[in-house]
Design a binder for this molecule. Structure first.
Ligand code: PLP
Length: 406
């Protein structure tokens, strides 16, 4: 072995890992927290929490039982348990286990994939509006960030995305998309794979896939294509606070993201995830619950002439016809915390599908806020005590003051 080369490689990897360690991972909970802190210190008791795309059902009963029984083992790392989870998932998907890397949620592999495949010479291409986390990672790698508007049907405009930069490193396709809950077809994903620049990857984020009719892309991984698929237990499985997810890709692609570090997994999350995978009716049952509540909410919005984008997931966008940030503040004043605004659509806000009773409270507050004159809610936002005396500890972890105030 060439010692210089291996030394250089080692220090290169170490530097990459150090840079990654020093870099905050900004993701859904921090973005939701940032918005909340602009208008309130925290959730008040009894708050309706439909601002962070969480699943109010939480982990399934089997997962809760297995976690309770495992609590006394909490002093152990238990790598074997993690391997069993990887093997179980790989078995279900018909993959070899080396195509699956476990992480404490999908935020880490999302961040690391962007760090690994973008640079100041290789841009990050994403949809607009789209999930923001990858853009924060791209800022770290120094990559140019190219935002491509969604197509008319709110799918990813893959032709425009691929045309956007012949030197792109990552094309991020969130399928279904956060925040719109809209899907991108299999044909479009295949087209993007066939036409993307050499050396680039598609990063297909399937965080919300179980809620929808979208075709999963894992078989394209199996066919050794240039893509990494992200999966999480945070959404339909209701395990956001427990932390478990996967990066799924060809081993040579996964090796590149592994250089940013692999921590040991939280064993309760691993056990809960393994147990959840063994309940075949879990996904269809939860999907039906979410779909029914979402569709009833859509019927109510339609009946009351509110404009929204039909979604297939546990979140959707509604047009307020006024600055969305004012509506968010006015809703919070009624103890209903709704999701954020995307700069490209400043009058739209994102709503997460909560429980039936939460959505009833949402409807009542929404009607009151929307029937008040547009100017009525503005002073609420201006008067936010948090903004007036913003200190470093008010900022969500890793967020800069300017980003927070934007
Ligand atoms: N990807 C998308 C599109 C998301 O919306 C989220 C969280 O909301 C994540 C990834 C990360 O989720 P987690 O780190 O909890 O797996």
């Amino acid at each position: 072995m060439n010692t210089n080369l291996s030394r250089r490689t080692f220090f290169g990897l170490a530097a990459a890992a150090t840079a990654a360690a020093a870099v905050p991972i900004l993701t859904e909970p921090q973005l939701a927290l940032a918005q909340r802190r602009r208008i309130a210190r925290d959730y008040a008791p009894g708050a309706v929490r439909i601002d962070a795309n969480e699943n109010p059902l939480g982990p399934c009963s089997g997962a809760c039982a297995v976690m309770s029984s495992l609590l006394p083992e909490g002093g152990r790392y238990d790598f074997e348990l993690t391997q069993k989870l990887v093997d179980a998932f790989a078995g279900i998907e018909g993959l070899k286990s080396e195509y699956v890397l476990p992480y404490a949620g999908s935020s880490e592999p999302l961040h690391y994939s962007v760090l690994a495949f973008t640079s100041k010479d290789r841009s990050y291409v994403t949809a607009d509006p789209g999930y923001e986390a990858g853009m924060y990672a791209a800022k770290v790698s120094g990559a140019n960030i190219v935002k491509v508007p969604l197509a008319k049907d709110y799918s990813h405009d893959v032709k425009a995305m691929i045309a956007a930069d012949p030197n792109a490193g990552v094309f991020y396709i969130c399928n279904p998309n956060n925040p719109t809950g809209t899907i991108t077809s299999r044909t479009d994903i295949e087209w993007a794979l066939a036409n993307k620049p050499k050396g680039s990857i598609l990063l297909v984020d399937e965080a919300y896939i179980h809620f929808s009719d979208a075709t999963p892309s894992i078989d394209l991984v199996k066919a050794d294509k240039d893509l990494i698929v992200l999966r999480t237990f945070s959404k339909i499985y209701g395990m956001a606070g427990l932390r478990c997810g996967f990066a799924i890709g060809r081993p040579d692609l996964l090796a590149k993201i592994q250089t940013y570090g692999m921590n040991s997994m939280p064993i309760l999350a691993v056990a809960a995830a393994t147990s959840s995978l063994q309940v075949p009716e879990l996904v269809p049952e939860r999907r039906k619950i979410n779909t029914d509540i979402r569709n009833d909410t859509f019927s109510w919005l339609t009946a009351n002439n509110y404009k929204f984008i039909p979604s297939q997931t546990n979140c959707f966008m509604v047009d307020t016809g006024r600055p969305g940030k004012d509506v968010i503040a006015a809703m919070a004043a009624k103890n209903v915390f709704i999701g954020r605004v995307w700069p490209v659509w400043p009058t739209y806000v994102r709503i997460t599908v909560g429980t039936r009773s939460e959505m009833e409270k949402f409807q009542q507050a929404w009607k009151e806020v929307m029937s008040a004159p547009a100017s009525a809610s503005e002073p609420t936002r201006r008067a936010s005590p948090t903004l007036a005396r913003l200190g470093a500890r008010d900022l969500p972890p890793g967020m800069q003051r300017e980003e927070f105030l934007s």
